[in-house]
Design a protein around this ligand. Sequence first.
Ligand code: 6PG
Length: 258
Amino acid sequence: KEKGEVRIFEDTDELATDLADYVADLSELAVKEKGTFAIALSGGSLIGLMSKLCEAPYDKTVDWGKWHVFWADERVVAKTHPESNYRLAKEGLLSKVPVVPGHLHSINDSLSAEEAADDYKFAVRQLVRTRIVSVSDTSDCPKFDLVLLGLGSDGHVASLFPNHPALDEKDEWVSYLTDSPEPPPERITFTLPVINAAANVAVVATGAGKAKAVHLAVDGPSQTDNFQQPPPARMIQPALGRLVWFLDTSAASKLDSY
Ligand code: 6PG
């Protein structure tokens, strides 16, 4: 089983520097190849860890006008709500770089979770049609240039939680939840088929609280794990794309090979 490239950093500052470099390189490549960079963000600590992209040299060298920003998962709350992932990114990273406002593909916050998921799927479909987002070589799924994921201590990625039916989705691009085990309860999320169709997927995890989840996701459960189920993050296996884990030493501390 392909487990991806594992990058381990002494501290979060080093991780953030490498992450900025990685994102900037992928952006340059995608813009050169097809004129746009379609990136999907998640919530949580990830956005703070991307802050170096607002600094020199990236603030000037990245072709921000070509970015199209999506959310791998979003909480179904108003855009101004403290729990909105859009707000988190908008007030952090996106307030400091010149991404075109019309290129921020946020969810419609006046809809129910079910409607918002449908609406988001429709919006993505339009952008695939107009070639702003590429299409997968193996399915009709969108092929994002980069999907950036955080990791929960329970092993969730995006809003794909352990044992939740959204994990089993095979056809839909976007699922909705009204019973998220972590607040807020209503969320929408990209499904595994969409995440695994991306050209690049990065999972970013820091801190000892993530160590067990990182081990179960990267190494897979072994006998000493008492037959624990593999976590959702273990199911991130891009079909043709590249998977990179960005970990600090604490999050990496339980890896078999550490
Ligand atoms: C969300 C996120 C979620 C997050 C993880 C890790 O909207 O809740 O997209 O998947 O990335 O819960 O969050 P932390 O990095 O803050 O622990």
